[in-house]
Design a protein around this ligand. Sequence first.
Ligand code: NAP
Length: 531
Amino acid sequence: MNITINPNLTAPPGTLAIRLLHQRLPRVCVAVTGTDAAEMVEKAEALIHDNPFIEFRLDYLSHPALALPKIKRLTEYHPHATVIATCRRVASDGKFRGSIASQLEILAKASAAGCQLLDIELQSALRCNPQHLQKLRSKAGLILSYHDFRSTKNLHETLQKMLAIPADFYKIASTATTLTDNVAVMKFLEENSGKHSLIGLCMGEQGIISRVLGVRAGSLFTFAAVAPDEKTAPGQITAQELRNIYRIEQVDAATRVYGVAGDPVAHSLSPAIMNVALRRENVNGVYVALHAKTLKDLLTCIREIPIHGVSVTMPYKQAIVSHLDNTDSQTAKIGACNTMVRGQDGKLYGFNTDGVGVIRPLEQRITLEDAKILVLGAGGAARAAVFGLKERGAEVYILNRSAIAAQKLARQARARTIKRPDLKKLSFDVIINATPVGMANPRESPLNADEIKAKYVFEMIYDPPQTQLATLAKERGVEVISGIEMLVHQAARQFEIWTGKPAPVDDMLRVASVALQQRLANKNGNRPARK
Ligand code: NAP
């Protein structure tokens, strides 16, 4: 959807240049910082070709004025770029320690250096002589900004207060403490962006939806970081992620919203995997991380945004079931739902694709009918595996720390239980680890080496990518199937349920592996992960 800019009441007569600027603003403005002026401008120089809209956070510099001659050279060399100068004061949660007068002086010089837009926060603006502000505004477009680093509240009242000060853009960045806060900001944008030139978003990890969807609600643009470790606001994502993963330039009113919901959810690989699938199959959809602290918050967000499909993760897999209008037989048997779809009738339908995540990788290797399979664990993932395998005619044995849970599952699924001492007497086609043993402590294994008598070990854990169980299995010549395959195949089935299209599994698998390696490299301080 193209955003139409109303020649609004808040723009002064004669600022044609600003109105023209409105119309060519890209959706993503990259906030650039630096330890000194040279580093800041070099960074901008490196990214300006792909990101023609940047914000210089001058307040990050101990001597902001020193950057201005370099900025002047940059703006002269890149006349098509749009540049915001921001020198936010400490009192408004910026880093500039100078007076308001010095702040205005730096902004005036930034405008002379070619910055077409100047950001000044409401707190400073309220204490300024209005004539000084107007003088600034006669040379550049003024963004009047307000940041609430604690909550999302009083959006309309805040805007009314801001409108008393003439400006070209009004920016409100609040903090999302719930997913529903994003809904509040997006409704606010929908109601007011026809009358005023607004930039609106929620900060914080729970505000990511607003950073991706705010532009279609009426925010003229959104802010992005240069790199994950260079965020200028909590929850900010990188320009590369906004463009390449979330395809922000294509998000429009018809874009369907999907997401992975849980608590925590920040490190989920699903946004990378699912957005690639949506792009490959030309589905007008975007998939975001939904950090839901409560189920109620998640359900409100699903209804209000609305969200078309959700990958449900811990801790809501069981609790969501009673809120669904209908479920498939797998969800009913397992007692947990990992996939929700919102029907055209607005009803919520639940599926469980975890079983498919186990079955498909195995069927690529063996015939499941009469295959002898040992499942370690009797929790949610084990239940999905056991029911799925039994449906395919496999002979399933369950071994669990708590014997009662194993017996209960065996009874329900018509499988068998096995005692650990008997393991040495038996061999299996597949051993599946559906316990978290080996995840937190990479030296722990649910089985000893001499208990691994199988053709395949299916290790559901994918982080770390090499568990002790996998190492022991490989040493015995047993082929290991990685949990990443389960992750991708259960996601592929979700994709099929949501879109009716076959999932591009190979692409999803490749992206998942790369994203996992990247995550490990980040964990190890950008050193390549140890093999
Ligand atoms: P869950 O519902 O909490 O079940 C955990 C199971 O592991 C229970 O049977 C529990 O036994 C057992 N267990 C826990 N700690 C143990 C220990 N220290 N020693 C022995 N057994 C222990 O968890 P879940 O959702 O089924 O997940 C299980 C594993 O599968 C996790 O590692 C998860 O990351 C992985 N998983 C992977 C994927 C994927 O896509 N690759 C998908 C889902 C799950 P008790 O009954 O005795 O408590």
